[in-house]
Ligand binder design. Structure first.
Ligand code: PGA
Length: 241
């Protein structure tokens, strides 16, 4: 694992965007794994700038998002589909047919999960997977548990995750309790992984991810076994390292 400590959120975001941009420049047909949450918003803003400056081009890029709330329609402003359009896709030249996000409104959950895995394989696998991390060390919506879930699956969200995400909803009761998430196996198959964390609230999760035992109780700890992981953290998230 390579760990880069940035002075603050903005520097973390710039560095992350430049790493993603270099992947896109070297391979304009890259398959990107993308994440939602507060953490990558600054990175997406920087990517939009780089696109507008003519540095990067999304016309041949394919994207796969990590997760989506279950039974939340796409036009709900809290859906991850909505988030991705608002924060990135509406501002760059990615083709609509090249965007993949699990369908939280699907009728057959098993088929949806299997099809999502198949689509990633058919696209040639993920070249660069962007990750945030939960306070409880989840990646995607792979919550702490007794074993690592391999493939895309339906997840029961942790109380802590529901509470953390309630800041985006009118009340905690409005937060969906389930989501569809790529599994730990799907994430680990990515050729490169870029994990971002900002703020003191992530310091314990980052410490355990980097230094702790590899255990499904700390889902991100599995990244210790991946051959090409870059972690970019601000000083606060790095405070226990
Ligand atoms: P955050 O969420 O970026 O909003 O902190 C990260 C996550 O839960 O994976």
């Amino acid at each position: 694992m390579r760990i880069i400590v940035a002075n603050d959120y903005d520097e973390m975001s710039r560095k992350a965007a430049h790493l993603i941009a270099s992947q896109m420049i070297l391979n304009p047909e890259s398959v990107l794994g993308l994440a939602t949450g507060s953490t990558p918003i600054g990175t997406y803003k920087e990517l939009i700038k780089l696109y507008k400056d003519g540095v990067i081009d999304f016309s041949k890029i394919k994207s796969f998002n990590l997760d989506e709330y279950f039974e939340l329609p796409k036009d709900n402003p809290q859906s991850y589909d909505y988030f991705m359009k608002a924060n990135l896709f509406n501002h760059v030249n990615i083709g609509e047919e090249d965007i993949n996000i699990p369908n939280g409104m699907c009728e057959n959950i098993e088929r949806e999960c299997n099809d999502y895995e198949k689509k990633i394989i058919e696209a040639g696998g993920i070249d660069l997977q962007l990750l945030g991390i939960g306070r409880n060390s989840h990646i995607g919506f792979n919550e702490p548990g007794e074993h690592f879930e391999t493939n895309t699956h339906l997840v029961q969200l942790d109380e802590d995750t529901i509470e953390a995400n309630s800041r985006f909803f009118d009340s905690v009761d409005d937060v969906p309790t389930k989501a569809i998430s790529m599994g730990i196996g799907s994430i680990m198959k990515a050729k490169k992984i870029l994990l971002l964390a900002s703020g003191a609230g992530k310091a314990d999760a980052i410490y355990d991810t980097v230094n702790g035992p590899i255990t499904p109780k700390v889902p991100a700890s599995i990244l210790q076994l991946h051959p090409d992981v870059v972690i970019i953290v601000d000083k606060e998230a790095a405070s226990r390292l």
